[in-house]
Design a protein around this ligand. Sequence first.
Ligand code: GRG
Length: 295
Amino acid sequence: MKKAYSFNDYISIINSKLDSFVPECTYGEPVVCDAMKYSLSIGGKRIRPVLLLEFCRVCGGEVEKAVPFAVALEMIHTYSLIHDDLPCMDNDDMRRGKPSCHIKYGEEYALLAGDGLLTRAFGVIAQSEAAKENPACAVEAISVLSDLAGVNGMIGGQTVDLMNEGKKASIQTLEVMDRLKTGALIVSAAKLGCLVAGADEIKTKAAVNFCEKIGHAFQIIDDILDVVGDEKELGKPIGSDGESDKSTYVSLLGLEKSTEYANQLTNEAIEALSVFGDEAELLKEIADMLSKRKN
Ligand code: GRG
């Protein structure tokens, strides 16, 4: 098994590489590249890239090789946050405790920065060392990411979310929406990490199962934090779900049942890790940390 990394080791690797994958502007108007770098650099928990790198490691892969895939995933996540904050979506002025991209750079450039991150993400994978060594792996990774971030993945979830604005959605609708909107990118971390490592089907299934469960718990906790969270710690205002009359786990199940549900999913996620034996310690810690997160 390859050397173990701590959560902070992974954060350092990711944070030190993100900027270098944003292209230099060659025509003298760097505003969009600056906005891309700004949104990538203002923080964030880096959960998705950390999971990707750790799944690669526990499946016997080389973490260094997986870094561009992790960067690509964080770029797609960051693009979704930039677009989600725009006035035509959630109209949020703050993100990760700092002014949202459109507040800092204007709506037009924020839109382009999101587009820039999305398109660049696929280039980062296609141009990686791993792609040169194993083009089929890169093509598969691009295909997986494009499906999970696309209209039957994250974008689909956002569409269901928009269509249900102002309506009382059922718990079933909520589960579909969150599986797509929040879960799909978290699952892509498992799929891509396993793919780069050349993991077998049993390990890939276990990794996907783990990410589906923590992705689901993640959204429930997001809904809980929107009610009982601390604005400073969250880096964004709370109460927006209630204000927009949005159906959430909390509004449908109540705080106590939502918390129990999130804990149950976290336990199930941890059980799914048994196939990785002693190597799963950090993944268990991540599940536990996410279940107790305050931001
Ligand atoms: C493409 C417009 C558009 C939207 C896609 C993912 C998404 C839909 C919108 C982002 C906003 C949102 C509340 C998504 C739910 C998932 C979620 C809780 C995202 C925040 O992820 P964290 O907590 O963020 O990992 P950090 O800042 O830590 O990276």
